[in-house]
Design a protein around this ligand. Sequence first.
Ligand SMILES: NC(=O)c1ccc[n+]([C@@H]2O[C@H](COP(=O)([O-])OP(=O)(O)OC[C@H]3O[C@@H](n4cnc5c(N)ncnc54)[C@H](OP(=O)(O)O)[C@@H]3O)[C@@H](O)[C@H]2O)c1
Length: 301
Amino acid sequence: MKRRIIIFGASGRAGEVLLNTARKAGWETLSPAHEECNLLHPGAAAGYVLAHTEAEAVVNCAAMASPDVCEFDAFGAHMVNASSPGEMALACRHTGARFVHLSTDYVLDSRRAGLKDETAPCKPCNIYGMSKLEGERQILEALPESLILRVSWICGNPHRPGFPETIVARALRGEPLSAIVDKFSLPTHTRDIAATILECIDKPEESGILHLCSRGEPMSWYDIGSIALQCAHELGALNELPSVTPQHLADVSFFRARRPVHTAMNSSRLNQIFGRSSSTAHDAIRRAVKDFLQTLRTEEG
Ligand SMILES: NC(=O)c1ccc[n+]([C@@H]2O[C@H](COP(=O)([O-])OP(=O)(O)OC[C@H]3O[C@@H](n4cnc5c(N)ncnc54)[C@H](OP(=O)(O)O)[C@@H]3O)[C@@H](O)[C@H]2O)c1
């Protein structure tokens, strides 16, 4: 009999890649759509888990993931990002399913530069980060055996572009390009997220919080954009390298929520557990751009 997994948020950037990866790995997947299980109502998530006691694992990739949307809907952010994940964990406690949840580098105290491990202090600066931190707390209170993976700047789903794919798409359309120079993190590739989640399911002895992102020194969006454009150039999609106007966070008027400045994470603990090394940030960006260009070519026929 096939192993069963419930994936919340399977239509999202990370969830869609996990869904496809799990199916390829032989899992039978249950992936309730937003309308079928609205996480604004935490009982809905718990009800879904309790109705599928045969599921061996439950993974939550769903979130109100836009800091700007959260800033204007603090109640919704709390329900989707904190209460529903807490209820999922509680339900897993009853069914015995392994629970894996995605969190974010935005929970961290971002005032100090450098790579941050799991012991680094948390001090989110916006509603999104606060709701995700509260989600971590509620999950570990309900089911301490849960595993929470903090990821950052997700890229690598060609159908739901992250920053590397977006800047390449803009360059291909000949649009003016700009990128922020004074906000620092590291990208996480969707395929690395999906593979790690499936590995974590089979390591029930691991619990708590783990950081998962690519390896390297903290990067700005400007750095990531420059590498993405260079890759697109090397792959023959751009004849010449377009110029990118540097921008500062303070000059960006369209952000409604404050953005943290220094949230780059260190994934050493996770790598030690799995006996491997993360991909470099350059490699994660290159894979994302390559897949994106390949998908564009396929869609253009
Ligand atoms: N994107 C990033 O760069 C980033 C960085 C750090 C951490 N993270 C974290 O990583 C995880 C995955 O992020 P992502 O970028 O893949 O998110 P995403 O693309 O925005 O997808 C979010 C998913 O959640 C679902 N969802 C949202 N509100 C819902 C509701 N009320 N009821 C049911 N489902 C709902 C969405 O369904 P619909 O599409 O149908 O609404 C979608 O499937 C999240 O926990 C996020 O906080 C993301």
